[in-house]
Each structure stands twice: as C-alpha cells, then as structure tokens.
Design a protein around this ligand. Sequence first.
Ligand SMILES: Cc1cc2nc3c(=O)[nH]c(=O)nc-3n(C[C@H](O)[C@H](O)[C@H](O)COP(=O)(O)OP(=O)(O)OC[C@H]3O[C@@H](n4cnc5c(N)ncnc54)[C@H](O)[C@@H]3O)c2cc1C
Length: 479
Amino acid sequence: VDRVYDIAIIGGGINGCGIARDAAGRGHSVFLCEQGDLASGTSSAATKLIHGGLRYLEYNEFRLVREALQEREVLWRIAPHLIRPLRFVLPLERGMRPPWLLRLGLFLYDHLGGRRLLPPTKTLDLARDAAGAPLRRDRHRRAFEFSDCFVDDARLVVLNAQDAAARGATVRPRAKLTAARRDGAVWRLTAGGDTVVARCLVNAAGPWVGMVLGLLGRAAAPVRLVQGSHLVFRRLFAHDRAYLFQNPDGRVLFAIPYEDDFTLIGTTDTDYAGDPGAAKPSEAEIDYLCAAASAHFATPVTPDDVVWSYCGVRPLYDDGAGAAQAATRDYVLALDADGPPLLSVFGGKITTYRRLAEHVLEKLAPFLPASSPWTGGAPLPGGDFPVTGVAALEAELARDHPHAARRLARAYGTRARQILCGDRGRDFGAGLSEAEVRYLMRKEWAMTPEDVIWRRTKLGLRLSPEQVRDLAAFMRGNA
Ligand SMILES: Cc1cc2nc3c(=O)[nH]c(=O)nc-3n(C[C@H](O)[C@H](O)[C@H](O)COP(=O)(O)OP(=O)(O)OC[C@H]3O[C@@H](n4cnc5c(N)ncnc54)[C@H](O)[C@@H]3O)c2cc1C
C-alpha cells in the first residue's frame, strides 16, 4: 500500500522548504521535491536582505512592510549565525526624494515593526563620517543611516530543509515533478520517477509556479516574472556598512559588503519571459549597474572589474502594475479546493518566508489535524546560541582552528563543531576541508561542486579551476 503524505510540496526554494519545516514540526507527514539543487532557483539569487523594504512604503505596501520589519528580529534570533544586522547609508541628493520624505519613511520604518535590538535611524555628516570617504564629494554631503539585516539566502533554505528532515519530512532534491492528478481524496504525483500520494498539494515552484499549474491542467497563473541581476566586485570600500543610493530613474541601488573581501551591487527590474532557469545578467544590465555605481563612488567601476555576477527571476503576483519595479512584492496564496486541496504560492520574499508558511498552514488547516504555529521561537540548525553571540562562537572555534573559524561560525553556527572535531583531511583551498565537504554531502544534500561552492558556501569566489577539479574528483569518489 502506498504511503499517504499529509502534504506534498513542489519546490525546494525558501518558500517550499519553509513550509516543509513548519508542517513537519506540527506533526504532519511531508514530502518535498525539488527539480535541481535546494535553493537553485530564485532563493540563491536575491540581494540577501532581511528587510522591511523602505522602497515599498512608496507603493503603500504597509501590510508587507510591517510583517517584514517584524520578521527581521525573529529570523535573526532563530538564525544568529546566518543573519547579521547591517547599517545602511542613504545619501541625500538634490533632485531626488526630499529629506523630509525620507525622514518620514524612516520614522515609519523605525516604528512600524516592533524593533527592539536593531539601532534606530540617525543622520550622518559625510564630510566627517568614514562612509563619505569612498563617495563622490560633489554629490553627497549628508545621509541617513538606518538598520536592516543581511542573510546567506541559500543556506537559509538548506537549514529549513535540514530541520524539516530532522522532524520527519522526506526531502528529495533533483526530483522533478513531471505529472500530478487528483484521484478521489488524494493527489497522485510522479516526482523523480517515483509515485507519491498526498492529501494536500502545495505548489511553491517560485517562477515556475505557472508551469506547474499547466502540468496539473489548471488555468494560467497570475504571475509576473521580473529578472534582477547582481554584480560582485573586489571590495569597493573599507567600512562594514552598506549603501542605498537613489538613481535618477526612481529605482534604488544597493552596495553591500560581501564575503569580507567583496562588494555586492544590485539590482535591476526587467520583465522576463521564458525558462526561469536560463536567465542571465544581460550586457545592458551590467552596463546599467556599473554606470549607476560609478555615479556615486569616487572611483568608477567597469564591466572588466566584475568578478562574479548572478541573476534571479522574481515570481511576483501580477497586480497589473505598469513598471516592473511597481509590481506588488506582497504574496498571494490561491487555494483550489475542488477535490483534494491545491495551494499555489505567488510572490513571497526571503524575509517573509516564515510568516508565509504559517499562512499556508492556516489555509490548509481545514484539511489537516489541528496544529499551532511554532517556528518563531525555535532555532534553525546551528542557531542555538544567543542572538549577538556569533563573535564569541568564532573566538571559541578560533582557539583550535584559527584559519576558517570566522567563515565556519557564520555558516554552520554550533554545528561547525561537528566539522572541526576529527581529522579534517585535505584542504582544497580557502579553508574548504574534506571534513566540511563530507558534512555537506551527508547532512546538506550537496551532490556537485556547484552545490558546494555557490550555494552551501560562496568559495567559488576564491577557488581556482584546479582546486574545483580536485573537489569534483573527491566528491565523485565519495558519492
Ligand atoms: C534580484 C532579486 C533580489 C531579491 N532580493 C530580495 C531581498 O533582498 N530580500 C528578500 O527578502 N527577498 C528578495 N528577493 C525575493 C526572493 O528571492 C524570492 O521571492 C524568493 O526567493 C522566492 O522563493 P521561492 O521558494 O518562491 O522560489 P524559488 O527559490 O525559485 O524556488 C522554487 C523552486 O521550485 C523548483 N521547481 C520548479 N518546478 C519544479 C518541478 N516541476 N518539480 C520540482 N521542483 C520544481 C525550482 O527548481 C526552484 O528551486 C529577491 C529576488 C530577486 C530576483
């Protein structure tokens, strides 16, 4: 007899994995399939901010901004290794939004979301503050400085999957859903060649949400695909704050300290059609981002300075807005209960994934045994230490392992001890040990060098092609 799961989830991005964790922790039986690697879709291609979204206030998205602001400190507490507070410098500029308007926005930002730990907004004199040093003197004199948080997006996905699995969920990366149909009171799916039976089906396929609906024979989806690209440069400034610049086209530009030695610049909003997996930063986007950054930094940047770039496709709910940047960033959950339930997720930011999962389970409540929310107070794997304790953890690890302690503390939290406890074997470069790769293969579903160097870590920024070849050979030998 086939096992009947309570919930089958399509998509191993932040939303699918967040729903899987929440549902499994409530005692529901959960199956999740992901066609590629976990987080191989949009959830590894974000700006990586856990933020309220100051810009969304301009579009009156108060519900979303409030929920997102509240989530900053909730997520920081449950993942103090992956999430760090970040101060943003927002320079004031003639001809852009007036200072009173920004001040008002930041006042709301400071007060809408129950901020307790993050420091409030303040004003900076850029002639005196170190944040002014890398900027063009002729453009910037004063700035506001405010709080948000930064996250390793791909690792947040994997930790949700890992915790879901620890609570009993079946997580199947590299298993594509190829067929699904209602059969009496259940869904019958084919995923990765296997048949799976479930009472409820959740379509959390991100930008593929419409394709999955097509596969199920349902009507076209109200989804608007909007591509966004990011560029990575060698570090453009020495301090540890980020910038939020205003562009003449009304958009904003982020410049964020990244992986210690780099700066992340983004992003763009370009309507996209086609296979979301094939999106690439276009030449026009690269030129736009370089020109936008060069308008603010004293030392201009060119496409030749780009060391890495990536592109993601936002699966926004199509609210009929004109410009891509004006399309709503809020999420919509569509329940089709014409037989065993099908719930489709449209939109949904990294920041709001945990609340989105709670809302999904509220919607599915009539079809499942009674349960209550629990994820707001339970640390993700490795996050079982105080919210401001990452430096102390790093210092503890550094006593025996000075070389990689900083990176390991911030990636694995207390689980770094599992990687560092025995013989660590060979170092492939940049502190990536055999023990770490084994851990990633056994505990985090890493199967290819790409999974290891671009999603579980960002060591692709540092390893040479020969080192990656060594890693590939090791992974083949230990598969
Ligand atoms: C440029 C950009 C910047 C952003 N910046 C931020 C930010 O700073 N902060 C923030 O909070 N949010 C940000 N976002 C939004 C956020 O990244 C996304 O909304 C979020 O990652 C969507 O997650 P998801 O799980 O819905 O989709 P995805 O991560 O795309 O996951 C869906 C998964 O479904 C899988 N799938 C599809 N079809 C099938 C199938 N048939 N069978 C099995 N699996 C399938 C895909 O492979 C994919 O992995 C940004 C987005 C972009 C594009």
